[in-house]
Design a protein around this ligand. Structure first.
Ligand code: HEC
Length: 125
């Protein structure tokens, strides 16, 4: 093969690779989270978004497997759907019930991606 052909093949492969990484990073939950949650919860869930400094109480780290493995999906779901007020917590965490259950489920799935964890009933502090 000529150098030019090798080069264009390489460019093609890199293009495909970049494209597939892009697609895999854009789950619906990640997109929604990026649009609506990072300001307080931070891009990786470390509670270090630009708005987090003034939050009191601060959200716990959605990125922490130690914390998030003690919280059932249903509790996360309710927190997002009903907001802090709806579950006896801070009203700073607003309700996102208007999104509808499917999008809230996508957000729960993204939060599980952030902590790389699942609920473990006998884990816990
Ligand atoms: C205006 C800031 C703000 C925004 C925006 C926000 N949150 Fe929160 N969130 C909070 C605060 C503050 C808490 C802690 C409430 C408490 O513990 O009383 C919280 C708690 C949570 C919790 C429970 C974790 C814990 O600490 O127990 C989850 C899950 C959560 N938020 C998900 C989301 C999702 C998903 C979005 C976007 C759709 C979002 N939040 C947007 C401020 C925010």
């Amino acid at each position: 093969m000529s150098d030019v052909r090798v080069l264009s093949l390489a460019v093609l492969l890199i293009g495909l690779l970049v494209q597939s990484v892009d697609a895999s990073e854009q789950t619906e939950g990640a997109k929604l989270y990026g649009e609506m949650c990072t300001v307080c919860h931070g891009v990786t869930g470390n509670a270090d978004g630009p708005g987090a400094a003034v939050l009191n109480p601060k959200p716990r780290k959605l990125s922490s497997a130690a914390i998030m493995s003690t919280i059932p999906d249903q509790v996360i779901f309710d927190m997002i759907k009903k907001g802090g007020l709806g579950v006896g917590k801070s009203p700073l965490m607003q309700s996102f019930g208007h999104l509808g259950d499917a999008k809230i489920e996508a957000l729960v799935a993204h939060i599980r991606d952030l902590c790389e964890c699942q609920y473990e009933s006998d884990a816990g502090p």
